[in-house]
Design a protein around this ligand. Structure first.
Ligand code: FPP
Length: 234
């Protein structure tokens, strides 16, 4: 089974660069090629939503030069990839605390979102200046202010309208969620790989999808119940 929504924590760019005696930003540059390769493969595989954790709220604490290079890369990628988004019928979205982004970057994001909003294929979501705790806090404030009923909390999260991830991939051997979609990953399958992000391309992505297909998701039910449900739907 192909997951509807795959989320990726791209990790290991710095180590990848260091191993080659280069600056960390060299790893981020190469990492953008993995973003492109995975997006292309997601289109090919029929995935509907692909999320990249590109910059966390905590990442603002990195050295200023690295932060500004990451922001520059982000702006550059958004501009450069627009024709590819149109060619591949990709809808572009950004999720996160956008008040911390520059006016220029926000403008470029708005343009890319507007231009690609007519597309109906893959929705590619870049999480920028995002943290799961920030998301829950901002949602809770709006939920309370609206006096919304129980069961509707998800509609106030920054990811409203996007289905919860079915599969979360994290590269570079780290096995933690690092403040990504905390609420949304309640029933997400996790896939950890030692491969560093710049080396994570089509064949590594395919392997993750194969592993996902072999998992039985129970959502709190028993394996027997799931087997009966699967038989009935066949
Ligand atoms: C983690 O590696 C990577 C990041 C914090 C940045 C990822 C961003 C990009 C690949 C830029 C482009 C993204 C898009 C969506 C266009 P790390 O620096 O934490 O590596 P380390 O753990 O080895 O130090």
């Amino acid at each position: 089974m192909i997951p509807e929504h795959v989320a990726i924590i791209m990790d290991g760019n710095g180590r990848w660069a260091k191993m080659r005696g280069k600056e960390r930003v060299f790893g981020h540059h190469e990492g953008t090629e993995s973003v492109r390769a995975c997006s292309e493969y997601a289109v090919e595989a029929g995935i509907k939503y692909l999320s990249f954790f590109a910059f966390s709220e905590e990442n603002w604490n990195r050295p200023e030069a690295e932060v500004s290079e990451l922001m520059r890369l982000m702006a550059l990628s958004i501009l450069n990839e627009r024709p590819t988004f149109m060619k591949n019928n990709i809808r572009f979205r950004v999720v996160g605390n956008r008040s911390r982004l520059s006016d220029e970057l926000n403008h470029d994001i708005d343009e890319a979102v507007r231009v690609t909003s007519v597309n109906t294929g893959l929705t590619l979501i870049v999480f920028l200046s995002y943290s799961g705790k920030w998301d829950i806090e901002q949602a809770a404030a709006r939920f309370a202010a609206a006096g919304a009923p129980e069961g509707h909390f998800g509609e106030y999260l920054a990811t409203a309208g996007i289905p919860d991830p079915d599969l979360l991939i994290r590269t570079s051997g780290e096995q933690r969620i690092s403040n990504f979609m905390l609420w949304q990953c309640a029933y997400t399958e996790f896939y950890f790989t030692p491969v560093l992000w710049p080396d994570f391309r089509k064949s590594e992505f395919r392997q993750a999808l194969e592993e996902f297909a072999s998992r039985q998701r129970r959502f709190g039910k028993t394996g027997d119940q799931i087997n009966v449900e699967t038989k009935l739907s066949e």
